[in-house]
Ligand binder design. Structure first.
Ligand SMILES: [Zn+2]
Length: 182
């Protein structure tokens, strides 16, 4: 049972679309359409969204899902509840900031390095690692996204300049999600 709402099982789809502030957040980031349709599991919902979206929307969707999971973890692990407006404001500001960074980035080099254990269906596994150099404000990020069948949905490596802090460096690694759209 979901520890936050006690209404239904705490599945990835529940956290991302139904629990607590989730629906309000999707409305506030102008992606209410993502809640329509009757999807049985997270994987079918997520692939539907990725296939129906352009790069910018894919990007916003990925950040929104991240924001909802971050809010869930803060609530469950630290007892700190975030309001929908707080979450959506953070999502919108991250999307804007990352868009600006993205405009400055050299083109991502796509790699397909394989060495990995699969997630349990319907979870996706996003592995990424980031090195951050504070003095030069540069970071290097490598990432790979796969499903339970081991299909690579996106992978790559980017070097980023003008990175403000390690948190932003980690977030920049999520840029790779946009590769899923193509
Ligand atoms: Zn819940």
């Amino acid at each position: 049972m979901c520890p936050r709402c006690n209404i239904e099982a705490e599945t990835p789809l529940h956290i991302s679309t139904r629990c607590g502030p989730a629906q309000e957040v999707w409305r506030q980031v102008n992606l209410e359409w993502t809640l329509s349709g009757n999807h049985e599991d997270y994987w079918s919902w997520f692939t539907h969204l990725m296939r129906s979206s352009d790069t910018h929307a894919c990007f916003t969707i990925a950040i929104t899902i991240w924001g909802l999971w971050y809010a869930r973890n803060r609530h469950v692990m630290e007892g700190k509840q975030q309001h929908a407006l707080e979450i959506s404001a953070k999502v919108i500001s991250l999307v804007r900031e990352l868009k600006e960074f993205r405009a400055k980035l050299p083109e991502a080099r796509i790699t397909m390095k394989q060495s990995w254990t699969p997630p349990t269906d319907p979870m996706l596994k996003l592995n990424f690692d980031t090195a951050f150099h504070a003095q030069s404000r540069q970071s290097s990020s490598g990432f790979v996204v796969r499903n339970a069948q081991g299909q690579v949905l996106g992978s790559g490596m980017v070097r980023n300049n003008f990175v403000s802090d390690p948190f932003m460096a980690e977030m920049l690694a999520c840029l790779g999600w946009s590769a899923i759209c193509h």
